[in-house]
Write a protein that binds this ligand. Structure first.
Ligand SMILES: NC(=O)c1ccc[n+]([C@@H]2O[C@H](COP(=O)([O-])OP(=O)(O)OC[C@H]3O[C@@H](n4cnc5c(N)ncnc54)[C@H](OP(=O)(O)O)[C@@H]3O)[C@@H](O)[C@H]2O)c1
Length: 235
C-alpha cells in the first residue's frame, strides 16, 4: 500500500481546503476518495473535481467518510476545528493500525466565535496532538497543510512556490505525506520536526490570516537557504 498512486481519502473533502486538495491530487494522478458526512455531497464534490479537470474519468470518487478511509494508507482530515473531535470519534472504528492521518485542522478562535487571527488553547498542545490522542490505536498522525490557502490551492493557474511544514513522530509517515504534497506543482514539504511542533505550525496560520487580511492576498510561507534533502523513504 505504499506506492504514490494508492488511494488517498480526504475527510471533509467537500470543503474549501479538502476539495482544492482533491483537485490537485487527482490532477497529479492520485486516486482520491472524497469523504463527507453525506454520500450525495461527496459524489457532487467528486463530480466538480472531474469537471474542473475536464475529465469524467479523473481518479476521484465520493463516499461517506467511514467508507472513504477504508483501505487508504493516507487519510487527510480537513474539517473545521470545532468538528475535529466529532469526525475523529466517527472514524475511530473505521481506521485501522498502519494508516496515516494527516491533520490539517487549525484551532482558530473562530471555532468559539472568536477571531480567525487568534488560536485557542488545546489541552494536548495542538490540534494534531489531540488527533493523535483520539485516533484509533496504531494510526500515525502527521500534521501538514496549515499554511496553504484553499483559494490558491484550488487555482490550477496559480504558481505556488511555497513550503508546507510537515510535523510528525515517524519519519516514514512524514516521508509518505511529503511525497504526496510534492506531487502538487510548486509545493515543497519541509520537515517541521516532531508532532509537538504542530503547535507552532498551527499558530503560524493565525498569523498568516492576519497578514493576508492586511495585504488582501492568500500568501503562504517559504523558507530560505534550505538545502535539497531527500525524505527518508519507508523501509
Ligand atoms: N480554508 C483554508 O484556506 C485552510 C487552509 C489551511 C488549513 N485549513 C484548515 O483546514 C480545515 C478545513 O478548512 P475548510 O476551510 O476547508 O473548512 P470548511 O470548508 O468549512 O469545512 C470542510 C468540511 O468539513 C466537513 N465537516 C465535518 N463535520 C462538520 C461540522 N460539524 N460542521 C461543519 N463542517 C463539517 C464538511 O463536510 P461535509 O458536510 O461534507 O461532511 C465541510 O465541507 C480547518 O480546520 C481549517 O482551519 C483551512
Amino acid at each position: 500500500m505504499s506506492d504514490q498512486t494508492s488511494p488517498v481519502a480526504i475527510v471533509g473533502g467537500t470543503g474549501a481546503l479538502g476539495s482544492a486538495l482533491a483537485l490537485q491530487l487527482a490532477k497529479a494522478g492520485v486516486n482520491v476518495r472524497i469523504g463527507s458526512r453525506k454520500l450525495e455531497s461527496a459524489e457532487e464534490a467528486a463530480g466538480r473535481v472531474q469537471s474542473r479537470l475536464d475529465d469524467a474519468n479523473a481518479p476521484v470518487s465520493g463516499h461517506v467518510n467511514e467508507d472513504a478511509v477504508s483501505g487508504c494508507e493516507v487519510v487527510f482530515l480537513t474539517v473545521p476545528f470545532r468538528a475535529q473531535s466529532e469526525n475523529l470519534t466517527n472514524l475511530k472504528n473505521a481506521m485501522t493500525e498502519g494508516q496515516i492521518l494527516v491533520d490539517a485542522t487549525v484551532p482558530l478562535a473562530a471555532a468559539v466565535s472568536g477571531k480567525a487571527t487568534r488560536t485557542i488553547g488545546v489541552w494536548q498542545g495542538s490540534a494534531a496532538q489531540q488527533a493523535q490522542e483520539m485516533a484509533a490505536d496504531g494510526v500515525t498522525v502527521v500534521s501538514a497543510l496549515h499554511t496553504v490557502s484553499a483559494v490558491t490551492l484550488g487555482d490550477l493557474e496559480n504558481v505556488h512556490e511555497e513550503d508546507v511544514l510537515v510535523c510528525g513522530n515517524k519519519k516514514a509517515a512524514k516521508a509518505r505525506v511529503a511525497g504526496l504534497i510534492e506531487l502538487i506543482p510548486g509545493l515543497r514539504a519541509v520537515d517541521g520536526g516532531p508532532l509537538e511542533a504542530a503547535r507552532i505550525a498551527e499558530q503560524i496560520t493565525a498569523l498568516l490570516i492576519g497578514v493576508n487580511i492586511r495585504y488582501k492576498t492568500h500568501a503562504g510561507i517559504q523558507f530560505t537557504q534550505l538545502p535539497d534533502r531527500e525524505w527518508q523513504t519507508p523501509s
